[in-house]
Design a binder for this molecule. Structure first.
Ligand SMILES: CC[C@H](C(=O)O)C(=O)SCCNC(=O)CCNC(=O)[C@H](O)C(C)(C)COP(=O)(O)OP(=O)(O)OC[C@H]1O[C@@H](n2cnc3c(N)ncnc32)[C@H](O)[C@@H]1OP(=O)(O)O
Length: 300
C-alpha cells in the first residue's frame, strides 16, 4: 500500500513540476491573440524546422531555409512551436542540438515577413508568440546546444541564447543587429543575454550591434568552445561528442539536473530550494539511485 502511495505522490510531483514549467508566458490576459498571429504566419510559407529524435536521447533540430540564410518565415515560426511541443512530450530526451542548414545558423526573421507584419498588433503578437516558444525551449528538461556556424543574426542571435550552451565554428559570428532595424530584441534575447554575459557586456552587444566572433564569445562566456571544423557534418559530429559528455547516464537523472538548474536560474531562492527538493524526491530511492547503490561506484 505504502509503495503505491509513494509512486502516486512521485508521479503527481513530476506532473506538477512539468505543468508549472510549461505554462505560457503570455495569454489573452496580456492581450495576446495566438490564433490571429498563427493565421497570419500561415500566409508566409517557406523553409522548415526539422527534428530528428535519436535512440540515444539526443534530438537534432535543423533550421532549414538555406536560400534565405535560414531566416524564419511565418510557417517556420509555427513549426518551431510544434517541434518544441514534441520535445516537451519526449520522455526519453536528454540533449538537443540546434543548427542551421547550409553551414550557417539563422539570420532572424524573414524580412519579407517583418515588412508585412510591421503594424503594432501583428508585431506584438509575433513578439509574444516567439517569446512563448523560446521560453518553453529554454525550459525543456534537455541539455540544449546551439551549434553556430556562419551567422547568427538578429532573432537568430536571440535563438542561441534560449539554449543552455553555444558552440561556435571558426569564422562564425553572433550579432544582435536589432538597433539597425530601429529595434531591440523581441524574442526574449535581451533578458537571456544579460543573464549569460552580464548587464555590462549585454548592453555593449546590443547598443553597439557588435560582431561576436568565437574568441570574443569565449571571453564573454557566450560560447563554451570553438570547434575545429567549419564543415557542417564534421562540426555536427564535434557538437555531438561535446554534448555526449554531459548526457551520459539515465534520462531521469540528466533531465532532473537540467530542471534543478533551470529553476535555480529563474526562481527566487526559497522557491528554487523547494522545487529542488521536489525534483530530488523524484529520484531518491528510484531505479537509477537503487541500481547505483547496488553497484557501490568508486569515483577515483
Ligand atoms: C526580433 C527579431 C527581429 C525581428 O523579427 O524584427 C529580426 O530578426 S529582424 C531580421 C534581422 N536580420 C537581418 O537583418 C539579417 C539580414 N541579412 C543579412 O544581414 C545578410 O544576409 C547576412 C549577414 C545574414 C548574410 O550575408 P551574405 O552576404 O552572406 O548573404 P546574402 O545577404 O547574400 O543572403 C543570401 C540571401 O538570403 C537573403 N536573406 C538573408 N537574411 C535574410 C532575412 N533575414 N530575411 C530575408 N532574406 C534574407 C538575402 O536577401 C539573400 O537573398 P537574395 O535573394 O540573394 O537577395
Amino acid at each position: 500500500m505504502v509503495l503505491s502511495m509513494w509512486k502516486n505522490l512521485l508521479q503527481t510531483t513530476k506532473e506538477k513540476i512539468i505543468q508549472q514549467r510549461r505554462m505560457s508566458l503570455y495569454s489573452q490576459a496580456h492581450g495576446y491573440e495566438e490564433e490571429l498571429i498563427k493565421k497570419k504566419f500561415q500566409e508566409f510559407a517557406g523553409g522548415s524546422i526539422n527534428l530528428s529524435k535519436e535512440d540515444n536521447g539526443i534530438g537534432i533540430l535543423t533550421l532549414n531555409n538555406p536560400k534565405l540564410m535560414n531566416a524564419f518565415t511565418g510557417t517556420m515560426m509555427l513549426e518551431l512551436q510544434e517541434r518544441v511541443t514534441e520535445l516537451e512530450n519526449w520522455k526519453e530526451g536528454k540533449g538537443l542540438i540546434i543548427y542551421g542548414a547550409g553551414n550557417t545558423f539563422c539570420s532572424g526573421s524573414d524580412l519579407n515577413v517583418v515588412k508585412a507584419i510591421s503594424n503594432s498588433q501583428d508585431g506584438m503578437n509575433m513578439c509574444m508568440f516567439m517569446q512563448n516558444t523560446l521560453t518553453r525551449l529554454m525550459r525543456l528538461p534537455l541539455i540544449s546546444v546551439a551549434l553556430v556556424q556562419g551567422k547568427a543574426i538578429g532573432g537568430g542571435a536571440e535563438l542561441t541564447t534560449a539554449c543552455d550552451f553555444r558552440l561556435m565554428t571558426p569564422g562564425s559570428e553572433i550579432r544582435f543587429v536589432h538597433k539597425f532595424m530601429g529595434l531591440v530584441p523581441g524574442w526574449g534575447g535581451g533578458a537571456r543575454l544579460m543573464r549569460i554575459v552580464g548587464s555590462g557586456a549585454a548592453l555593449q552587444l546590443l547598443s553597439g550591434a557588435i560582431r561576436v566572433d568565437p574568441e570574443r564569445a569565449l571571453r564573454l562566456g557566450l560560447s563554451e568552445e570553438t570547434l575545429s571544423s567549419s564543415d557542417e557534418a564534421a562540426a555536427l559530429e564535434e557538437a555531438r561528442a561535446w554534448l555526449s559528455q554531459h548526457t551520459e547516464g539515465p534520462a531521469s537523472v540528466i533531465r532532473a539536473a537540467k530542471e534543478v538548474v533551470a529553476v535555480g536560474r529563474e526562481l527566487p531562492m526559497e522557491a528554487a530550494l523547494r522545487t529542488e527538493k521536489d525534483i530530488f524526491g523524484t529520484l531518491w530511492g528510484g531505479p537509477a539511485n537503487l541500481q547505483a547503490l547496488a553497484r557501490r561506484p568508486k569515483h577515483k
